[in-house]
Write a protein of this length. Structure first.
Length: 214
């Protein structure tokens, strides 16, 4: 995936690994096409002292790990941090069971906002939430459009990230396999409201990515 060839096809739903169940699991829910230890995000990481950021804290049984090296360039570092915040916000919406959660709306626009909304709606509709540990790593940052936007890519290992029934608390667990590994590509641009906030505009999620397994 390069900046020149990036397209937001959003091929896969941001799903948790789950075992079979009498009800449809999130693994059976399809994405909407175009779009994409956790705690409240650090505003200082993106230099956003001029804007109030939404809460993206997550339940104690859900931990997101972003094993990223911070770029030396301030704009690239901000774009990478807010790409991570977009993922946090998406999971926050699922945990809150709120397809209109303001967190993902703050960190996304356009196709990426539609993607996040569709994913949260799918989880809520079938009564699922998320639990476990979710790891993101091997981040890449590449300026596009004369530096006005940034393509952020990273791998994901969701082997210990599970779906859980809201009503019963039942957790679906499967063994680690190639389906556990995905690659995310997010087109990030500064927000129109604040140049210190970067929003995801488009997202693509590739599944069964061998290069992310290593």
């Amino acid at each position: 995936m390069t900046a020149a060839t990036f397209t937001a096809t959003a091929a896969l739903l941001l799903t948790a690994c789950g075992g079979s169940d009498d009800d449809s699991s999130p693994d059976d829910i399809k994405g909407a096409g175009t779009g994409a230890g956790s705690s409240s995000t650090s505003a200082s990481a993106s230099g956003a002292a001029d804007v109030e950021r939404p809460d993206v804290s997550l339940p104690k049984d859900l931990k997101l790990v972003f094993d990223f090296e911070e770029p030396s360039d301030a704009d690239q570092a901000a774009a990478l941090e807010d790409a991570a915040n977009y993922i946090r916000a998406l999971d926050h919406g699922i945990a809150q069971q709120d397809p209109n959660d303001p967190a993902y709306q703050f960190y996304s626009t356009g196709g990426a906002e539609k993607y996040a909304k569709s994913q949260i709606e799918a989880w809520v509709k079938d009564g699922w939430t998320v639990t476990g540990n979710d790891r993101y790593f091997d981040a890449g940052v590449e300026p596009v459009g004369e530096g006005k936007s940034t393509l952020v890519t990273f791998c994901r290992n969701q082997a210990k990230f599970y779906s859980k029934k809201v009503k019963t608390g039942k957790v679906n667990v499967t063994e680690e396999n190639l389906d556990s590994y995905q690659k995310f590509s997010l087109l990030m641009s500064p927000s129109e409201e604040s140049a210190t906030v970067w929003q995801a505009r488009q997202i693509e999620v590739q599944g069964r990515v061998k290069e992310c397994k290593g």
